[in-house]
Write a protein that binds this ligand. Structure first.
Ligand code: AMP
Length: 206
């Protein structure tokens, strides 16, 4: 099965992707995680991506498309978390993959801002927590690997504003794009993660 998870930043795509990966044999490819890993290792790609990410902008299409193409070509089961994010990316994806379903996770702006500003991330195992809605068992520490949790640079107020604008301008048009292709399913993401997960399984007939 080939899936795309679509939705505004902070809607919980990554959390649901991790839950789904446990249940179904899928490779999860998060372009955001991939860029952050490269930034951490200070690679050429990381340096380039960081110029955009730290300002809440999108990394250019050509850079992003090549990376995704390279990782998923000839693979059968995967979930793309955070790709495509622009119409040109979606058009490019069509040339090298036949996606079965695109899941659109929906939540209002107020909820998104609350989630992004409260999000704390584990730099080691990439688990996400939220100081308001999903706090770690021990304050500031990852439940899974005990590393010190951090707030992503782009989860700070100025970058959040920018990311939401970018989402509306560049990514939201993909909802119509995939509706027309008749592969879009929608899930209400303003619920607790377990319920969002159950609704996702239903939407995907799993
Ligand atoms: P995420 O973790 O998915 O919120 O991604 C973090 C940041 O990585 C985004 O704000 C973008 O700057 C960049 N990024 C991730 N995926 C893409 C993509 N498909 N196209 C362009 N930039 C991306």
């Amino acid at each position: 099965m080939k899936l795309v998870f679509l939705g505004p930043p902070g809607v919980g795509k990554g959390t649901i992707a991790d839950m789904l990966k446990e249940k179904v044999n899928l490779m999860k490819l998060s372009t955001g995680d991939l860029f952050r890993e490269n930034i951490k290792q200070n690679t050429g790609l990381g340096k380039k991506a960081n110029e955009y990410i730290k300002e809440g902008k999108l990394v250019p299409d050509d850079v992003t498309i090549d990376i995704v193409k390279d990782r998923i070509q000839r693979k059968d089961n995967y979930l793309l978390d955070g790709f495509p994010r622009t119409v040109p990316q979606a058009e490019a994806l069509e040339t090298f993959a036949k996606i079965d379903y695109v899941v659109n996770f929906k939540a209002n702006d107020k909820e998104i801002i609350k989630r992004l500003s409260g999000r704390r991330t584990c730099p080691s195992c990439k688990s996400n927590f939220n100081i308001q809605t999903l706090p770690p068992k021990s304050e500031g520490k990852c439940d899974n690997c005990n590393s010190k949790l951090i707030q992503r640079e782009d989860d700070k107020p100025e970058a959040i504003k920018k990311r939401l604008i970018v989402y509306k301008q560049q990514t939201e048009p993909l909802i119509e794009y995939y509706k027309k292709k008749k592969i879009l399913v929608e899930v209400n993401a303003e619920q607790i993660p377990e319920k969002v997960f159950q609704d996702t399984l239903k939407a995907l007939k799993l």
